[in-house]
Design a protein around this ligand. Structure first.
Ligand SMILES: *[C@@H]1O[C@H](CO)[C@@H](O)[C@H](O)[C@H]1NC(C)=O
Ligand SMILES: *[C@@H]1O[C@H](CO)[C@@H](O)[C@H](O)[C@H]1NC(C)=O
Ligand SMILES: *[C@@H]1O[C@H](CO)[C@@H](O)[C@H](O)[C@H]1NC(C)=O
Length: 971
């Protein structure tokens, strides 16, 4: 009843006020004449307009006599003078570049503005004055109370004359460095603006000011101060007396402060509501005194190298937003912090947004999280939290966005974890823990219907399957879907696709066992930009769903049929197109060359036949063409020489014939060429290693019909570390200049390409292996099975980083150069099936990595070297076909005095052999494993190669990062 009465009274009051206002309005319109523009001011405005550029005609209304009605101009009702000019652009450049280019004003600023003697409001913000200076005469507009020239692309020194504007309440000169390159060497002019309430110098270079704080301290009325990204280094830690105690908002983020603590005077600003100190490199604890700022509602200390402390900020009971991302807190921090929150009375806790991502948090997530039931946004991503996620999470009934990704969680998530999350819109969960069975498991009943309708779901490396449960099917408002490594092996109901089709922008279902036909559904997803369905068991014709897709990865599925011939019209915006490892057939349609922004075309491991498209043009941006492992034939198109961005060309294991086209010498950024396993002939063209194409790290020509000499210019390829000419018809000698292959000599030389998974066949350690990961660490020269003659050049001994040297099955003669003993990286050495003679150099015994040696079928003589590594080679076949070799492990004993040991008793000889073998094994083993412990790059190489699952996850994480980067760069 009481409330009813009160409402009535306030309603009456309101009504009364409105009536009064109306009467005033009627009085003013009826009694007084509307202000008519003063002629002198009209002329001034016309001159002002003449000097401006105005592409979209925003000032087209600036005609006629009554300038008070012109767009952006207001006049004072009493005296008729122009008092306000608001020419702020409403289009932000970041949002819509085209619209901005139209609507921006620019040109020069005519001093006629000075004729507006009563101007108190001037706003030119968000226009484009293309780097002119702020006019000095602005300092004569002394009637101004409001001046906003932010984001208007002025440059140069801020004129100190602005200090004459003693009536200013509001001054905004902020911009985005480096687009606006404004600076102020000396801020003394500011101290005269004693009425200032709002000051924004964001992005202005104040680097040379050491007294900025003393100047600001002369502004006692200041309520808002924005000095982010000002290159300020000096941050005085103490201040005699602070003047601007009525400050409400302080932004000092993004400055390279040289001080490593948060200054004390800050804690006297007890009226502060918002404090931004992010991205400054403080190297300290969060000071306890911060808890003095009882009025704080918004606190941002992210990316500031803070090292714990500050749990008392939990006592700030008005805090709504707390951003502490990317600092390094210790283990129990979160528990203490949540504990301090409970000092605020339950019903007054207002914390809405808590960002603790990347804070080094360890240990379990405390169940006390449930008391922060005001939370709307919670980000705990990229920490080291382990254990299971507490069920009290399910009490956070206000939660809108929850990010628990990238931690070390295990345990199960149940329906209870989500009981009250009725407002949840974004859910991200993943664990770094790798292995089977998966450590984090969604254990909800198949027909559970959750209380939320998500817009975004992101689950990675967490068991959700095997079924695509009702809880997922009920999410029909999704815009952004990532369910990757979730062990779902179900098919997706048509209705779900249909409901999502109009709004979906992001779809990642990679690395599951999703099944079912997709494209029979005739679906279109007009907004879908990013699509990953790779590594599943989807089938049917290719789902080319979205006209707007830029990224489409369908690798490793069961798709069949051809690529539609109008692929360029179906997906005109495609940038990366992956359809490897499917059952696709037919030709590669020529229209693919017309997809303008295509950078990656990955078609390998299908049944494509016919020729490669010939319609390549110089407009193409393509970087990777991978058509390996298909049935393609014909010549390599000459037009590929127009692809000046091409870095990786993989056409291996097809039926290509003819020669390598000379036109490819224009592809001057080529880094990797793989043409192995075709029917190519002719010689290695002179442009490979010529002055143009010099960045190759891989030249793979194995199993073709190439002839001629190995050209010396290959030695110019300083980055080359995989050269495979195995199984061709090359003749002549091995070039002696191989010691110029710098990346096999020095390990500081790398060339990086896209982290593209290249499958290539290499003979390593005596077996043909398909390398499936990055080839950066493979270092191999394979010239086997050719007609090479002459001696092995001793210069080859300089290739100390080479891992594999295979010269077998040629016609090489002469001795094995003793310099081979310098090749400390050598794991595989195959010189078998040649006509090498002389002794095996004793120096080979020092190659501690050497694990595979083959010297069979030569004319080698004398004693097999004694030495640690050699004793591990117990397979006698590596020496067979050299009848004059002798000594351990061969049964033939060496004659002469060097064989001094009494060897009459077979037993002792054998015993000695086994002892030395074990020793050799230990030394050899430690040689490898010891290095693994010490040398990081080796460790990578080994573990990447052996641990396939881990490798996949690592890659997936890398891709994830890349994806996020893409995502942000789109925003
Ligand atoms: C505080 O501001 C007043 C008015 O601008 C000024 O006179 C005084 O010097 C300032 N005090 C300090 C400590 O800077
Ligand atoms: C901060 O406040 C304390 C207590 O009111 C006062 O003694 C001190 O002088 C103030 N410090 C500054 C820098 O104004
Ligand atoms: C806050 O609420 C929790 C559970 O709702 C209760 O255990 C706790 O005692 C309350 N704290 C205060 C200060 O009221």
């Amino acid at each position: 009843m009481k409330i009813y009465h009160m409402m009535n009274i306030s309603q009456y009051l309101l009504l009364l006020l409105c009536l009064l206002g109306d009467i005033a309005l009627i009085a003013s319109t009826s009694v007084k004449v509307k202000p008519i523009c003063i002629e002198e001011e009209r002329k001034a405005l016309v001159s002002f307009k003449q000097d401006l550029t105005d592409p979209s005609g925003r000032l087209s209304s600036w005609v006629g006599h009554d300038c008070c009605r012109w767009e952006g101009i207001s006049c004072n009702n009493l005296i008729g003078h122009v008092d306000k000019m608001d020419l702020r652009n409403t289009c932000y450049e970041e949002w819509d570049k085209l619209a901005f280019n139209q609507s921006r004003l620019g040109g020069k600023i005519n001093p006629s503005l000075l004729s507006l003697k009563h101007l108190h409001y001037l706003d030119l913000s968000l226009n484009d004055f293309e780097g002119i200076h702020i006019p000095k005469f602005f300092g004569e507009l002394t009637t101004l109370r409001y001046l906003n020239i932010s984001f208007a692309k002025f440059a140069g020194e801020i004129p100190p004359s602005l200090g004459n504007l003693s009536n200013l309440n509001y001054l905004d000169v902020g911009g985005y460095y480096p687009f606006e390159i404004m600076h102020s060497k000396n801020l003394d002019w500011l101290s005269h603006l004693s009425s200032l309430k709002y000051l924004n110098l964001q992005g202005v270079d104040l680097n040379s000011n050491t007294n900025w704080l003393y100047v600001v301290n002369m502004l006692p009325s200041l309520q808002e101060l924005h000095l982010s990204n000002c290159k300020i280094e000096s941050l005085p830690l103490s201040l005699h007396k602070i003047n601007f105690t009525s400050l409400l908002i302080l932004d000092l983020s993004f400055n390279p402060f040289s001080t490593s603590s948060i200054p004390n005077w800050l804690f006297n600003l007890t009226s502060l509501r918002e404090l931004y100190l992010s991205r400054n490199s403080f190297n300290c604890h969060i000071p306890d005194e911060l808890a003095n700022l009882k009025s704080l509602e918004y606190l941002d200390l992210s990316y500031s190298r803070l090292t714990g402390g500050g749990v008392h900020i939990g006592n700030l009971c008005k805090l709504k937003t707390l951003h502490l991302a990317h600092n390094s807190f210790d283990g129990g921090w979160i528990e203490e912090f949540l504990g301090s929150l409970s000092n605020c009375p339950n019903n007054t806790l207002v914390l809405e947004s808590l960002d603790l991502s990347g804070c080094g948090l360890e240990g379990q997530l405390p169940a006390s999280l449930g008391i922060v039931n005001s939370l709307q946004h919670l980000d705990l991503s990229a920490n080291y939290m382990n254990g299971s996620i507490p069920q009290s999470l399910g009490q956070l009934s206000e939660l809108v966005e929850l990010d628990l990704s990238e931690n070390h969680w295990d345990g199960i998530l149940t329906e209870a974890h989500f009981t009250s999350l009725i407002r949840l819109k974004g859910l991200s969960i993943s664990t770094y823990k790798i292995g089977k069975p998966m450590s984090l498991v969604f254990n909800v009943s198949y027909d559970w219907v959750p209380p939320f309708k998500l817009l975004k779901i992101n689950i990675f490396n967490c068991k959700v399957g095997p079924g695509f449960g009702v809880w997922l099917q009920s999410q029909t408002e999704l815009v952004d879907v990532s369910l990757s490594y979730t062990e779902i092996s179900d098919s997706i109901p048509d209705e779900w696709w249909l409901k999502l089709s109009s709004q979906l922008t992001w779809l990642d279902l990679s690395y599951n066992q999703f099944q079912g036909r997709l494209s029979s559904k005739q679906l279109t997803f007009p907004k879908l930009d990013y699509i990953r369905l790779d590594h599943n068991q989807f089938e049917g014709p290719l789902p080319l769903w979205s006209h707007n897709a830029t990224f489409l990865d369908l690798n490793s599925n069961l798709f069949f049929g051809p690529i539609p011939s109008s692929v360029d019209q179906l997906m005109p915006k495609l940038e990366e197109f992956y359809i490897s490892e499917n059952h696709l057939n037919g030709i590669i349609p020529p229209s693919i060359c017309r997809i303008q922004n295509l950078t990656v075309l990955s078609l390998s491991n299908n049944h494509f036949s016919g020729q490669l498209p010939h319609a390549w043009t110089s407009y193409s941006q393509i970087i990777i063409v991978d058509a390996a492992y298909n049935n393609l034939s014909g010549n390599i198109p000459t037009s590929m020489g127009l692809l000046t961005s091409l870095q990786i060309l993989k056409l291996n294991n097809n039926n290509f014939g003819g020669k390598i086209p000379d036109s490819l010498h224009n592809c001057f950024v080529l880094k990797s060429i793989d043409l192995g396993g075709n029917k190519l002939s002719g010689s290695i063209p002179p442009w490979i290693g010529g002055s143009n194409v010099s960045m190759l790290y891989m030249l793979q020509l194995r199993s073709n019909f190439f002839t001629g000499h190995i050209p010396r210019q290959l030695c110019n390829l300083g980055y080359l570390h995989i050269l495979d000419l195995n199984h061709n018809k090359f003749s002549g000698t091995i070039p002696s200049c191989f010691n110029n292959l710098t990346s096999l000599v020095r390990d500081d030389l790398y060339i990086y390409d896209q982290s593209y998974m290249q499958q290539t066949m290499l003979t390593v350690k005596g077996q043909e292996l398909v390398y499936n990961t990055t080839l950066m660490l493979v270092k191999s020269i394979d010239l086997s099975s050719n007609f090479l003659e002459g001696e092995i050049p001793q210069e080859i001994g300089s290739l100390i980083l080479l891992g594999t040297l295979n010269l077998s099955r040629n016609h090489l003669i002469g001795k094995i150069p003793s310099e081979v003993g310098n090749m400390h990286g050598l794991e595989t050495l195959d010189l078998s099936n040649n006509s090498l003679s002389g002794q095996i150099p004793q120096t080979l015994a020092s190659l501690t990595f050497l694990a595979h040696l083959n010297l069979a079928y030569n004319n080698l003589v004398g004693r097999i070297p004694l030495g640690s590594q050699f004793q591990t080679f117990t397979d006698l076949s590596i020496y067979v076909g050299n009848p004059l070799l002798c000594g351990v492990p061969l049964p033939t004993k060496c004659p002469g005095p060097t064989d001094a040991k009494p060897s009459n008793e077979d037993g002792s000889d054998k015993l000695w052999f086994y002892v030395s073998m074990v020793l050799g094994f230990i030394v050899g083993f430690w040689g490898v494993c010891g290095t693994l412990l010490v040398k990081k790059s080796w460790r990578y190489a080994y573990f990447q190669f052996f641990d396939d699952t881990k490798d996949k996850v690592t890659l997936a994480i890398a891709l994830k990062v890349a994806r996020l980067q893409r995502k942000f760069s789109h925003v």
